[in-house]
Design a protein around this ligand. Structure first.
Ligand SMILES: [Mg+2]
Length: 219
C-alpha cells in the first residue's frame, strides 16, 4: 500500500457537529420570537433539513411557515442563518488533538460543500483555521465544483500535488464524500455510527473522527 501523504476532511458532521450547531442556532432564533422546539418539532425540522442538504430557500420557507413567522422572508432568514450559524459551531477537543497529531505527518486539507461566508464562519468559529493552511481549504461555493462531483476532489489533489493513492478522504456522507473519492482511487474513511451496506466499499470506518490518528498509527 503506498504511503499516505495527505488527508482531506469534510467539515459538516465530520469535524464539527453541524446538526447540533444548527439546532442551537434555531433554538436561539426561536427564543427571540418566544417560541421553542419540541421533540416532535425537531423530528419535523430534521426531516426537512436533510442534514443541511435540503435546498436552503425551500427549508427556510417551510420553517417560517411551520412556526408562523410571517414578518421574515425566506431570503432574509437564510441571510440571517448564514451570518449566525457559525457562532454555534464548535470542534471538540478530541478532534482538535487528533488534527494536531495528524498535522505532524500529513498534509491536511478541508473540502466542504456550501457558501463561502457560511463555511468560513464555521471554520473560524470552530478554531479549525489553526490546523489547515489557507490554500488547503476548499469550499464549493468558491470553487464552482461541489461534492460529489469528482472535479472538486481533482482540484484538491492538483493544488496539494498529491496522488489519489497517497490521499485519504474522510467524511460522513457516503455519496458525497466516499464514492467519488473511491472512484478516483483515493483511500477513504467513512465516519458513521451505522455502517450498514457501504462498509465493504471503504478502507476505514469509524464512529468518530477523533480516533483517526490512533488508527493510522497502527498501520
Ligand atoms: Mg458532512
Amino acid at each position: 500500500m503506498p504511503e499516505l501523504k495527505a488527508i482531506v476532511f469534510d467539515l459538516d458532521n465530520t469535524l464539527i457537529d453541524r446538526n447540533q450547531a444548527f439546532r442551537l442556532f434555531l433554538e436561539d432564533f426561536l427564543a427571540r420570537h418566544q417560541k421553542n422546539i419540541s421533540k416532535k418539532d425537531w423530528k419535523n425540522i430534521e426531516k426537512q433539513d436533510q442534514q443541511g442538504y435540503a435546498q436552503r430557500l425551500i427549508f427556510t420557507k417551510w420553517f417560517l411557515n411551520y412556526y408562523k413567522l410571517k414578518d421574515l422572508s425566506p431570503e432574509a432568514f437564510w441571510q440571517y442563518m448564514q451570518q449566525h450559524l457559525g457562532n454555534f459551531v464548535e470542534c471538540v477537543s478530541s478532534v482538535k488533538e487528533c488534527l494536531r497529531v495528524l498535522n505532524e505527518n500529513y498534509k491536511l486539507c478541508l473540502l466542504t460543500n456550501g457558501g463561502s461566508q457560511n463555511q468560513r464562519a464555521k471554520i473560524h468559529s470552530a478554531g479549525l483555521d489553526n490546523f489547515f493552511e489557507k490554500d488547503k481549504i476548499f469550499i464549493s461555493g468558491e470553487m464552482g465544483f461541489a461534492k460529489p462531483s469528482t472535479e472538486a476532489f481533482e482540484r484538491v489533489l492538483a493544488k496539494t500535488k498529491t496522488n489519489p493513492v497517497e490521499t485519504l478522504m474522510v467524511g460522513d456522507h457516503f455519496i458525497n464524500d466516499i464514492l467519488p473519492a473511491r472512484k478516483l482511487g483515493m483511500k477513504t474513511c467513512w465516519i458513521t455510527s451505522k455502517p450498514e451496506s457501504g462498509i465493504q466499499h471503504t478502507d476505514y470506518c469509524l464512529p468518530h473522527v477523533g480516533r483517526l490518528a490512533e488508527i493510522l498509527k497502527k498501520k
